[in-house]
Write a protein that binds this ligand. Structure first.
Ligand SMILES: [Zn+2]
Length: 75
């Protein structure tokens, strides 16, 4: 029977340290490089969503101001 005493598992996807390239051990949980990559990607995507939201607001504000300027001005 194989010795599993040194076998660690990712607490997020359940893969063992033999199945992944890297397993990072925390105090109460382990995470593999694949889950770290996924978490990083998700955080990056939410960052992108936030910055796109900010950008849209920045772009839309002058657009609305210009529209109001032309709409509000009596000819
Ligand atoms: Zn994992």
């Amino acid at each position: 029977m194989a010795d599993d005493s040194k076998m660690l598992h990712c607490d997020f996807c359940g893969k063992s340290n033999h199945d992944v390239r890297m397993l990072v051990g925390g105090l109460k949980a382990n995470i593999c490089n694949e889950c770290v990559g996924l978490a990083w990607q998700l955080s990056k995507e939410s960052e992108i969503r936030e910055s796109v939201g900010r950008m849209v607001k920045r772009v839309m504000f002058p657009v609305l101001a210009i529209r109001d300027f032309f709409a509000g001005k009596p000819s």
